[in-house]
Ligand binder design. Structure first.
Ligand SMILES: [Zn+2]
Length: 108
C-alpha cells in the first residue's frame, strides 16, 4: 500500500497578504475622492504635529500602516504633513511611542 503524504495546511500567517494590501490601497484611493477627505484636507491640520498646512502639503496616512494590517477606513486614515508621514514610515502608533520612549530608532 502506498502511503500518501498528507498535505499540511499552511499556517495562518500574521499580517496582510499582497492581495489585501492591494485592496486597501485601492480603497484609500477611493477615500481620497470623498467629500469627507476633502473636508479633512481643507481643515488642513496634520494629525501628528498639529500644525496647519495647505491641502497640497498633506498626504493621506494610515494610522496603522496597510503593510501592518491597517485598513483604509475613516477611523484609520488621517491627514499628515509630508515630514510627519516620512518620519512615521511603517511604524504603528504603539511603536512610535516605544521609539520615543527609547529615544532611538528601533528595528523590527
Ligand atoms: Zn505633521
Amino acid at each position: 500500500m502506498k502511503k500518501t503524504l498528507k498535505s499540511k495546511r499552511p499556517k495562518k500567517t500574521q499580517g496582510p497578504t499582497v492581495e489585501s494590501i492591494r485592496r486597501e490601497k485601492a480603497k484609500a484611493r477611493e477615500l481620497r475622492q470623498t467629500r469627507w477627505w476633502q473636508n479633512q484636507l481643507s481643515a488642513g491640520v496634520c494629525h501628528y504635529c498639529g500644525k496647519t498646512f495647505s491641502a497640497q502639503e498633506l498626504t493621506l496616512d494610515h494610522i496603522v500602516p496597510v503593510a501592518r494590517g491597517g485598513k483604509s477606513t475613516r477611523g484609520n486614515v488621517v491627514p499628515a504633513c509630508k515630514p510627519c508621514n516620512s518620519e512615521k514610515k511603517y511604524y504603528t502608533p504603539a511603536e512610535l511611542i516605544l521609539r520615543d520612549k527609547m529615544n532611538s530608532n528601533i528595528q523590527f
